[in-house]
Design a protein around this ligand. Structure first.
Ligand code: COI
Length: 358
C-alpha cells in the first residue's frame, strides 16, 4: 500500500518555517506545517488526512473537555544529515499508546496510521527537524473523545491527531525535587501507567505548591504508604547508590518510560549493576547522609537525561553541587543521543531511519 492510499494528503501552500528560530525553539510552542487527523465514527476509524497544521473547530460540549477521555504519546525525530531523519523506538510508543487506549476505553489507534503517519509527516516537514545539537522535532500523537454531549460515558466518536513541534531541552538546568505527604499521583488500580491527560492535570496543584517552596517538581511517593519512590510525573527517576543504578520497579502506578527502558537495557549491556525495585525515600535520604548517593537523574523523552540537584523530603535535603549531569547520567545521555542522532552504532535496533528529499 502506498501512503497516498493510507492518507489523504493536502500540502500547505505557505510554509511558516521562516518565522521560526529552529536553534532556539523553546518547548512545544511552535508547530510544523502539517498534521494528521483521523476520525472515529460509526464504529471504525475513517481514512486519515494529512493537512496543513491549524485550528480545529469544537463544540463547548465536547466530551473530552469535560471527562478527559484522552491519551497521548511523545517521541522525537532527530536530524542526521540532509537525507536522513531518525526516529527512536517509535514502536514502543505505539505499544504504550495501545495500552493507554485500552485503559481509557478509546478505540485502538491503527498501527499503520500511527507509524506511517509519523513517517509521512517527517517526510513532509523534514526541514522543521532542527539541526542544532540537542534539538529535535517532538512528535505528539494523541487521541480523545469527540462526542458533542455532556455525559460521563464511553464516547462513540473520537479523533486521533499527530502534531509535531521543533524543541530544545525541556529543563535548562538541574532540577530540584521535593516529596509530598499530602498528595499522590497514582493509586494501584488507577491510571498511573497510562499516558492520559488526567495524570498530568492532577499533578499541577501539588507541583505549583512545590514551586512556591522553591522546587521544580514533585518526587512522587506511593499512595498506600507514602514511603516508596515512584516517578516525577514529567520523567522517571534513577539513583546511583554506591555504584548501583536503582530505579523504582513498574507496579501499574508508574509510567513505563521509553527512555527509562533504554537506560536499563544500556546498563545491562555495559554490565553496570542495575536494580529495578521498590526504593524507599528513607533509603535515598540515608544514602545521601552516608555519602553513598552518587547521582540522581530523571529520564524521559522530553527531559532526555535530566540531572537532579536536590532531593527534599520531610524537612531534609540531599544536594549535589552540580552544573550539569554527573558522570553516570552523562554516559547514558551520550550513549542514547549518539544513537538517536546516528553518531553511534545501534546494537539494539532502536532506530528507524526516514529518508527525506533534500
Ligand atoms: C514526554 O516526555 O514526552 C512527555 O510527554 C512529558 C511531558 C512533561 C512533556
Amino acid at each position: 500500500m502506498t501512503t497516498d492510499t493510507i492518507f489523504d494528503i493536502t500540502r500547505t501552500s505557505s510554509s511558516r518555517i521562516n518565522n521560526v528560530d529552529l536553534d532556539n525553539p523553546g518547548f512545544g510552542r511552535e508547530f510544523a506545517d502539517h498534521m494528521l487527523e483521523a476520525e472515529y465514527r460509526d464504529g471504525r476509524w475513517q481514512q486519515p488526512e494529512i493537512k496543513p497544521y491549524g485550528s480545529i473547530e469544537i463544540t463547548p460540549a465536547l466530551s473530552v473537555l469535560h471527562y478527559a477521555q484522552s491519551v497521548f504519546e511523545g517521541t522525537k525525530a532527530y536530524y542526521v544529515d540532509g537525507e536522513t531523519v531518525n526516529l527512536f523506538r517509535v514502536e514502543k510508543n505505539f505499544e504504550r499508546m495501545v495500552r493507554s487506549c485500552e485503559r481509557m476505553c478509546i478505540p485502538k489507534v491503527e498501527r499503520e496510521v500511527f507509524l506511517e503517519g509519523i513517517k509521512e509527516l517527517i517526510k513532509l516537514d523534514h526541514k522543521w527537524v532542527p539541526q542544532k545539537d540537542g534539538n529535535s522535532l517532538y512528535i505528539r500523537p494523541f487521541a480523545c473523545a469527540f462526542d458533542p454531549i455532556i455525559s460521563a460515558r464511553v464516547a462513540e466518536q473520537y479523533r486521533f491527531y499527530i502534531i509535531t513541534s521543533p524543541v530544545g531541552s525541556y529543563y535548562d538546568r538541574p532540577v530540584k525535587l521535593t516529596t509530598t505527604q499530602q498528595y499522590v499521583r497514582a493509586v494501584k488500580g488507577g491510571v498511573g501507567a497510562a499516558k492520559t491527560a488526567g495524570n498530568y492535570a492532577a499533578s499541577l496543584y501539588p507541583a505549583q505548591q512545590a514551586k512556591k517552596q522553591g522546587f521544580d517538581q514533585v518526587l512522587w511517593l506511593d499512595a498506600e504508604e507514602h514511603k516508596y519512590v515512584e516517578e516525577v510525573g514529567t520523567m522517571n527517576i534513577f539513583f546511583v547508590i554506591d555504584g548501583v543504578l536503582v530505579t523504582p520497579s513498574l507496579r501499574g502506578t508508574i509510567l513505563p518510560g521509553v527512555t527509562r527502558d533504554s537506560i536499563i537495557q544500556l546498563a545491562k549491556h555495559w554490565d553496570m549493576p542495575v536494580e529495578e525495585r521498590r526504593i524507599s525515600i528513607e533509603e535515598v535520604m540515608q544514602a545521601g547522609e552516608d555519602g553513598k548517593l552518587e547521582e540522581v537523574f530523571g529520564a524521559g523523552t522530553a527531559a532526555v537525561v535530566a540531572p537532579v540537584e536536590e532531593v527534599h523530603h520531610d524537612g531534609q535535603s540531599v544536594t549535589f553541587d552540580i552544573e550539569g549531569r554527573g558522570p553516570v547520567g552523562q554516559k547514558f545521555y551520550d550513549a542514547i543521543t549518539d544513537i538517536q542522532y546516528g553518531q553511534a552504532e545501534d546494537p539494539f535496533d532502536w532506530i528507524t531511519s526516514v529518508k527525506v528529499n533534500k
